[in-house]
Ligand binder design. Sequence first.
Ligand code: ATP
Length: 227
Amino acid sequence: MQQTVLEARHIYKSFKDQNTPVLSDVSFTVNKGEFVSIVGKSGCGKSTLLYVLSTMDTDYEGELLIDGELLTGKKASRLAQIRNEKIGFVFQFHYLLNEFSVLKNIMLPAMKLNRLTEKEIEENATKWLADLGLEKAAQKFPNQLSGGEKQRVAIARALINDPHIIMGDEPTGNLDKKNSGIVFDIFKNLATQYNQTLLIVTHDPEFAAGTQRKIEMEDGKIISQGR
Ligand SMILES: Nc1ncnc2c1ncn2[C@@H]1O[C@H](COP(=O)(O)OP(=O)(O)OP(=O)(O)O)[C@@H](O)[C@H]1O
């Protein structure tokens, strides 16, 4: 049996000043180990949907479940806990903290979770840095890295708490072709080697074509979901 990590049930969302909903009856599931992209024209609702799925936006109708737990209607504190424990985020811009070393940036989400000792967290962060080809960058600061390197550090940071799902909003949107390819290969490898679940919003047709499944949106609705 396939294990479902994320489930959206009949999600609707409208912004106050608009007559037509931005999201309309959006339903789909993502199974463990799947590498899924969300595609569609600019303005079709991709980022709005990701915001709902990531539990950051709670102003919607319908139901959202992660690992079978219904998150709709849960307290903000529980949702914050779910985000820290279960979701790794990679955005178009890396949001690394320039005042901390690369190693520290990766360690921070795990320090917040307080599940492991600092030494264990450092070992995990060092392992991810090595896996992503960044071992030499550990003691550097983010502003000493290239755009592609920064995004790889952001991926290591997203992985540090062993997330149940990685969500990305245009993670290659700010990168050239070569670095986009590197980021794509990392994601693909995470899915195949580590059974990592990934849900990535992208404009890049080449990126989307390489994912296992494409969820296509138009005017706030899913028009195909590759199953
Ligand atoms: N805070 C807001 N208030 C009102 N309307 C909004 C708000 N945020 C987004 N919208 C509208 O909702 C629609 C969907 O926006 P969204 O950013 O989700 O699209 P998208 O598919 O991610 O677009 P892009 O590919 O350009 O990033 C757009 O028409 C947008 O103008």
